[in-house]
Design a protein around this ligand. Structure first.
Ligand code: ZN
Length: 187
């Protein structure tokens, strides 16, 4: 069976799914493992991709659209129609590199807020793809960061929870009308 998911990288007038924002409970729940990668999951993946491209994002996790399943879509090159997106189902990180780097992150669930977060530079991640096949991937740079950010969503963790500069965090949140009370520090 070759059920490749083909989605145009375009902005739709009405995306199929609604993105939930900081303060919403669905962002704070743990996602459940997917027991079977079937057509329902592939339809979810298709709709998540369409929603992500419409919102101008490079990653989206199912809890952001209030679906508590371990499903992530990532595309670090949304403007390049030749590169396929990456779909990660039930991902687990097998190895972290020793290098830690500081890099600016944003999130479709916290629009407008961009802040520096420390994370390991390199990871090795195991997951199932959209056909249910097991895969492993060594990721670095932007892809590594996107995977770690999206995997946090599956645990109900948001990037703002990891921001160490609390002054900058509170300023950014206030500027974009988000409540600092919605942040649950993990640092
Ligand atoms: Zn996010």
């Amino acid at each position: 069976m070759n059920s490749e998911i083909i989605v145009n990288k375009e902005k739709l007038k009405t995306p199929p799914l609604e993105i939930h924002y900081l303060g919403d409970r669905s962002l704070r729940q743990s996602a459940k493992r997917v027991a079977k990668v079937d057509d329902d999951i592939r339809q979810l993946v298709r709709e998540m991709l369409q929603t992500m491209y419409t919102a101008d994002g490079i990653g989206l996790a199912a809890p952001q659209v209030a679906v508590q399943k371990q499903v992530i879509v990532i595309d670090c090159e949304p403007d390049n129609s030749a590169t396929p997106p990456i779909v990660l189902i039930n991902p687990t990180i097998k190895r972290y590199g020793t290098d830690i780097c500081l890099f600016q992150e944003g999130c479709l669930s916290i629009p407008g807020v961009y802040l520096d977060v420390k994370r390991p530079s390199v990871i090795e991640v195991a997951y199932k793809d959209e056909n249910g096949r097991p895969q492993t991937l060594q990721a670095k740079e932007l892809l590594s960061r996107a995977i770690q950010h999206e995997m946090d969503h599956l645990q109900g963790v948001l990037f703002v929870d990891r921001v160490e500069n609390k002054l900058a965090l509170n300023e950014e949140l206030a500027k974009h009308k988000f409540s600092a009370k919605a942040v649950k520090s993990v640092a």
